[in-house]
Design a protein around this ligand. Structure first.
Ligand code: AKG
Ligand code: FE2
Length: 277
């Protein structure tokens, strides 16, 4: 390869794809950034230094020593604190989800007292920066949980996948979501691995289900080209992405990767955002 003039179309393509990741900070983070990810003009907006350093230190200390974490029922290699919407399988787990929602929110909040938890901080920031405000999602009048902590141990691969809340909503429920976004607050990031990878690919739902067939979730990496954008977050950063586009997290090479995850529903520019996990 050598000089820049020799750059292949692929490399140029990659360069412009990387331009579709915007790096910003808390002060600048805006309504328009959220719209750009909802509309897929950008793959991701990364808010550098989202967490206050002292709050980040508490998050690392409290979460890495949290012993009552549970194994994910979707992929037993992942551990988590809080029961997420994506693990609803039937009426029993749906009941469990809503029954635990508010106490799980409180558990994370109380770990950070007397400070605001990073999740509560995010909820306030969304409410303030989004013109129509932001609130907890309700499904059939019931409040959702928000702020799932995920623990991705050594060599665990979060394989390429898309996220779509409609897969788990009650049957016959008419969702008003025009777009789904995802945010992650990065608590611990391994020195090696743990990058967020994104593809400019949005398979139709039936096509996606065919690609997943026979697996507990996600797509075999070998079936995809190289990702078009890669982000290596630092602890304390927040990333906003559009999870309807295929994305993945490279296996962690050393320490456990710890994140706090929130999905955001976009119902149009003049409607409040709704969030859940
Ligand atoms: O942990 C990350 O960086 C991304 C996780 C993910 O799959 C998502 O946010 O939907
Ligand atoms: Fe995801």
């Amino acid at each position: 390869m050598g000089s820049g003039e020799d750059a292949s179309p692929t490399m140029q393509g990659n360069r412009s794809a990387m331009d579709r990741v915007l790096y910003t900070n808390r002060k600048e983070f805006s309504h328009d950034h959220i719209v750009s990810v909802a509309k897929k003009d950008r793959f991701a907006v990364v808010v550098k230094g989202f967490c206050d350093p002292e709050v980040l230190r508490i998050a690392q200390e409290k979460l890495s020593s949290y012993r009552s974490r549970e194994q994910s029922t979707t992929d037993g290699q992942f551990w988590r604190m809080g029961f997420p919407y994506s693990e609803i399988e039937d009426e029993t787990t749906r009941r469990r989800y809503h029954d635990e929602a508010l106490s799980s929110i409180e558990r994370l909040r109380s770990m950070f007292a007397p400070y605001a938890s990073p999740e509560d901080d995010l909820r306030l920031l969304l409410d303030e920066r989004w013109r129509a405000g932001a609130e907890l999602m309700r499904v059939q009048g019931e409040k959702c949980f928000v702020g799932v902590c995920r623990f991705q141990g050594n060599n665990v691969d979060l394989v390429p996948h898309t996220d779509k809340v409609e897969r788990f909503l009650p049957s016959g429920y008419q969702s008003r979501l025009q777009a789904q976004l995802s945010t992650n607050i990065y608590v611990s990031i391994p020195a090696v691995g743990g990058e967020l990878e994104m593809w400019d690919m949005e398979p139709a739902e039936d096509e996606y289900q065919r690609m997943v067939a026979g697996r507990s979730y996600g797509i075999d990496r070998d079936r995809l080209p190289e990702p078009v954008a890669v982000v290596k977050p630092e602890p304390g950063d927040l990333a906003l992405l559009n999870p309807r586009l295929i994305h993945a997290v490279r296996p962690s090479g050393d320490t456990t990767r710890i994140t706090i995850g929130t999905f955001i529903g976009y119902l149009g520019e003049d409607e409040p955002l709704v969030y859940w996990s």
